[in-house]
Ligand binder design. Structure first.
Ligand SMILES: C[S@@+](CC[C@H](N)C(=O)[O-])C[C@H]1O[C@@H](n2cnc3c(N)ncnc32)[C@H](O)[C@@H]1O
Length: 242
C-alpha cells in the first residue's frame, strides 16, 4: 500500500491517539523552535509540510508565524483545524510531491516528525529539497526531523510497542529491505467484547543523516544545527541571505 492509502484507510483514524497527549507533544515542539531561535523576521510565512494533526503548525502559529499546513490526509487536517481555532493557520490538502499546489514565498519551511521518510524515493527527497530552497526567501530556514533507518533492528527488536490501553493496542513491525523499510501498523481493538485486529503497511525510506546533510549542502543550504532527540534527527538549514 502507498503511504497515502495507508493513512487514508488505516493510520489517520488513530494517529492522534497513537501520538499521545497533544498539549505535551506540542509544547515540546514549540520549545525546540524557541531553543533554535526560530521566530518570524521576514514575511512571517511558514509552511508545515506533512503537518498531520498540527504539533508543529500550532507551535509556529503560537510563535507568531502565519502557517500554511500541507498534508494529503483530510482527516488529520480536520483535526488540525480544530486544534488551531483562532490561530493564523490555513490548511492545504495536497501531496508534497506537487509543489505547484502549495508553492509560495516563505521564510520558514518545516517537514518534521519523520514525514521525509514517507516520500517515494531518495531522488524525490533530493528534488523537493531543491524546490523548497527556491521557495524560501533569502535567509529563510528549512527544519527537518526524521529517523535514520539505515541501521536495521534485528529479530524481536523489530516489534515496537507504540501504545496500549484497555480497549486498544498498537504495535509496529519493521521489515528491512535495501533502501526502504516496510512498516506494519498493527492495531488491536476491543469491539463488543471481541478483539479485532487490523493491519496495514507502507514503506519508509532508509535515509541516512549524512546523506540528507549532503543533499542540503548541494542545494545551497548551510546546515546550522543538528541534534538528536528521542532517536529523531533534527536539522536546521539556512538559505544564505541576499
Ligand atoms: C508521521 S506523520 C508526522 C505529522 C506531524 N508533522 C507530526 O510530527 O506529528 C507524517 C504526516 O505526513 C503526511 N504525509 C506523508 N507523506 C505525504 C505526502 N507525500 N504529501 C502530503 N502529506 C504527506 C501524513 O499524512 C502524515 O500526516
Amino acid at each position: 500500500m502507498n503511504a497515502q492509502a495507508h493513512y487514508d484507510n488505516h493510520l489517520a483514524a488513530f494517529y492522534a491517539w497513537m501520538s499521545g497527549n497533544f498539549d505535551t507533544k506540542q509544547q515540546e515542539q514549540q520549545a525546540y523552535f524557541t531553543n533554535k531561535h526560530i521566530a518570524p523576521g521576514g514575511n512571517g510565512v511558514a509552511l508545515d509540510l506533512g503537518a498531520g494533526h498540527g504539533l508543529q503548525t500550532v507551535s509556529l502559529a503560537n510563535l507568531g508565524f502565519s502557517v500554511f499546513a500541507v498534508d494529503f490526509n483530510q482527516h488529520l487536517l480536520s483535526e488540525l483545524n480544530a486544534r488551531a481555532k483562532g490561530l493564523p493557520v490555513r490548511t492545504i490538502l495536497a501531496n508534497l510531491a506537487n509543489t505547484g499546489q502549495y508553492g509560495m514565498d516563505a521564510e520558514l519551511i518545516v517537514c518534521m516528525g519523520d514525514t521525509l521518510t514517507h516520500l517515494e524515493s531518495v531522488e524525490q527527497v533530493n528534488t523537493l529539497i531543491g524546490e523548497w530552497y527556491r521557495m524560501l526567501t533569502p535567509k529563510g530556514k528549512l527544519v527537518l526531523s526524521f529517523r535514520d533507518l539505515t541501521q536495521p533492528l534485528e529479530q524481536e527488536e523489530r516489534f515496537v510497542p507504540v501504545r496500549a490501553e484497555d480497549e486498544r493496542i498498537h504495535t509496529c513491525f519493521l521489515e528491512y529491505f535495501p533502501g526502504y523499510v516496510s512498516v506494519y501498523d498493527i492495531l488491536l481493538e476491543k469491539q463488543q467484547g471481541q478483539w479485532i485486529q487490523k493491519v496495514s503497511s507502507y514503506r519508509k525510506l532508509r535515509l541516512g543523516i549524512e546523506q540528507v546533510k549532503m543533499m542540503l549542502t548541494a542545494a545551497g543550504f548551510m546546515v546550522q544545527d543538528h541534534e538528536v532527540i528521542m532517536r529523531m534527527h533534527y536539522l536546521v538549514a539556512a538559505k544564505p541571505g541576499a
